[in-house]
Design a protein around this ligand. Structure first.
Ligand SMILES: Nc1nc2c([nH]c(=O)n2[C@H]2C[C@H](O)[C@@H](COP(=O)(O)OP(=O)(O)OP(=O)(O)O)O2)c(=O)[nH]1
Ligand SMILES: [Mg+2]
Length: 143
């Protein structure tokens, strides 16, 4: 039988015209740039999951957490079949001075801020899907 779809929550953490990205070391999307995020746990709201995952992966505290968009991707070429629903949230730093730390180096090569108009390549496929749809995490006045 096919495995059940998995629910991920990913966060567009924005600062000026930049977003926080890290290169994945996980088997799914290894070597691609992705947003901080992780799997929704039982009983969590999307906002709770976003705040928890960003804290666990980068040490950063976030605020103004809002739902922005959702993707639905099926990875069939991987050894393990994966159907991924990702809920994207947007947030900002609770303290603009706080710096990201690479708390889970086995999962990520490190975090950095990237200009939205000049993103690194390759991007994690679900994130690529979001971009291709024309989505921007920035309010009109910043783009
Ligand atoms: N981190 C992250 N995950 C994403 C993005 N887009 C997307 O579909 N996802 C999906 C992939 C995963 O199946 C799911 C969770 O992300 P993850 O692979 O970082 O999971 P994780 O190990 O940090 O989570 P956990 O099992 O510790 O809770 O969300 C994205 O841009 N960033
Ligand atoms: Mg993660």
């Amino acid at each position: 039988m096919s495995p059940a779809p998995v629910i991920g929550v990913a966060v567009f953490l924005v600062k000026g015209g930049t977003v926080l990205l890290g290169r994945r070391r996980s088997s799914v999307g290894h070597g691609t740039y992705a947003l901080p995020g992780g799997h929704l746990e039982f009983g969590e709201t999307f906002e709770e999951c976003a705040a928890r995952e960003v804290k666990e992966e980068t040490g950063l505290h976030i605020k103004d957490i809002q739902f922005v968009t959702v993707t639905n991707d099926v990875f069939t070429e991987a050894a393990k079949q994966l159907h991924l629903v990702a809920v994207y949230m947007r947030a900002s730093l609770a303290d603009p001075e706080q710096l990201p730390q690479n708390i889970e180096p086995e999962k990520c090569d490190g975090w950095d801020w990237y200009d939205w108009k000049n993103l690194p390549q390759p991007l994690f496929r679900p994130l690529e899907t979001v971009l291709k749809s024309g989505f921007s995490p920035f309010p009109d006045e910043l783009t």
